[in-house]
Design a protein around this ligand. Sequence first.
Ligand code: NAD
Ligand code: ZN
Length: 362
Amino acid sequence: MNISVKTASHTYEVIIGHRILAEAFAKYEQLFDKADQIIVLTDKHVWQAQEKYFTDNASFSFKTYIMPAGESCKSFENYEAVQTFLLEQRSTRKSLIIAFGGGAVGDLAGFVAATYMRGIPFIQVPTTILAHDSAVGGKTAINHKLGKNMIGAFYQPQAVLYDTMLLSSLPEREVLSGMAEVVKHAMISDAQWLEEMLEGDLVHLPEQLLAQYLASGIRVKANIVEQDETEQSVRKYLNLGHTYGHAIEAAAGYGRLAHGEAVMIGLVYCLLLSERYGKITRNFTKRFLHFAVANGYPFATVKDYSFDELTTYLLKDKKAEYGELQFVLLKTIGEPFMQKVELTVCQEVDNELRNLIAEVVS
Ligand SMILES: NC(=O)c1ccc[n+]([C@@H]2O[C@H](COP(=O)([O-])OP(=O)(O)OC[C@H]3O[C@@H](n4cnc5c(N)ncnc54)[C@H](O)[C@@H]3O)[C@@H](O)[C@H]2O)c1
Ligand SMILES: [Zn+2]
């Protein structure tokens, strides 16, 4: 399957399918031929699990730089180390970077590509489910010790080559984390699709259906990014579940909860808010929570953090404009809208969430 993403800066393709890597690489042969050097940025786990498949399918020669796994590759230290490597290898403006990994590798590699010699081309080869989200849209970033993703750039890849065979080595917890973003994409776009997911087993989807869901998620994201590349308007809808989710993620300490695990908790919080400001019913919220708990999302952890603790992080949200809390909510499934919510209401709904979790999880 091919999905094109049109942005103001340029248009590129997402190629998605099972065992398509060789074919996808062949399609971009010109780009590889043109490059004076190809640098693959990857992380330890990904390279360990998928080096052979990558190498067997690459028709070009490349140099590999292996980074610490996961979020730790998004540090200033690693960013500098990668730039040093590129300079030592005498990479030029004509060199090409391939980001081979999950969202963390993609974010780091994208930011390196955006800034090395003021910008060199890069290709995303995502290896996680979550990366169906992070690889599309052109947001790149590294972390500062005062905040995640605080230093970055909007920078679009030349292509996204998404071979779902690479997902076969993904730990189950990462599957769970990534699927939360797929659920989010369904919630902001398509009630029938969400309904289908609520009836199934999210973690053990048949290969074909998984690829189909990922493609649908990419379409939702691409569509929104095309309308609003730099998050002035509709792109904000992609933050459904993220305001509260980020607060939980930060309170837990980054790395303790997977991003998507926290987002799933945030999605339930948004449903509760949407009962007040939209037309979501309590019955639906409960059904959704049952579904999320049954699939293994760690709702019991919410009680480990007080609302006061979460507030500190809620107020730090990049989307908190002039100190007011901005939430993406749902009129109904598939119809997102922005809503300002006062902190007192946030606290009431936080309390509702805790009560509902106690009821459902026990
Ligand atoms: N740019 C965006 O628009 C955007 C959107 C959402 C999230 N993000 C970012 O994405 C990051 C999270 O991405 P992620 O969930 O993909 O996590 P990740 O890149 O940290 O990968 C998760 C773990 O799985 C391992 N892994 C990855 N692929 C594997 C594979 N195929 N086999 C075995 N192990 C594998 C990694 O080494 C890591 O330990 C966060 O930093 C987040 O900020 C960015
Ligand atoms: Zn997310």
